[in-house]
Design a binder for this molecule. Structure first.
Ligand code: SF4
Length: 202
């Protein structure tokens, strides 16, 4: 069953991925009707992403959880509240000043980590979003996001967080996922340091 989904994607992918003349609304319309992987069967809502379409700063998490699946919005649960606090209190920005998205647009059942196959078929949508928004800085939140953005699958997030890396025209500054901070509050100081670096480069 899963194989058929992925094969369908490969057959259609060159037709579906358009040029930079498309806009975010058009990408969102396609994503909301997407059935390219089996996660479309279990999702309640597609979580496309939201925020300033001309943002200099983009946060990219792993994927929707239960609250996000319910609401169709990214980072609305406890981890989302913490991310909002970081944006407001450390970066001195409003949440609506930045753009927030995920590596994958539909919730994996039981919040499991998305598979490589699922990410492979979904990531082109994110790449289109990034190309359209054209941020100066991208912050991957957590290891799953960093690994799939960088294709550097062996690097632990604890070793790479806070580094300023090249990502096309943008800088990539990975940090811990807010969910990790909820479980490990002592890591907040690391994220604070990483966000100061982001602030300086904005
Ligand atoms: S996760 Fe991505 S590829 Fe899979 S159905 Fe949702 S939007 Fe489509």
């Amino acid at each position: 069953m899963g194989f058929e989904y992925f094969r369908e994607y490969k057959q259609n992918s060159t037709i579906k991925i358009k040029t930079s003349s498309t806009n975010l609304i058009e990408i969102e319309r396609r994503v909301k009707n997407c059935h390219l992987c089996p996660l479309s069967k279990t999702r309640k809502n597609v979580v496309f992403g939201e925020g300033n379409k001309n943002a200099d700063l983009m946060f990219i998490g792993e994927g929707p959880g239960a609250n996000e699946d319910e609401s169709g919005k990214p980072f609305v649960g406890r981890a989302g509240m913490l991310l909002t606090k970081i944006i407001e209190n450390v970066l001195n920005l409003k949440r609506e000043d930045v753009y927030i998205a995920n590596i994958i647009k539909c919730r994996p059942p039981n919040n499991r980590v998305p598979t490589l196959e699922e990410v492979t078929v979904c990531k082109p949508y994110l790449q289109e979003q990034i190309a359209m928004i054209h941020p100066k800085i991208i912050v991957p939140l957590g290891s799953t996001s960093y690994h799939h953005l960088s294709d550097d699958y062996n690097m632990p997030i604890s070793k790479i967080r806070g580094e300023v890396l090249e990502y096309g025209d943008a800088k990539l500054i990975p940090t811990y996922h807010p969910s990790y901070l909820l479980r490990n509050p002592s890591a907040k100081k690391d994220v604070f340091a990483d966000m100061l670096k982001v602030k300086k480069l904005l």
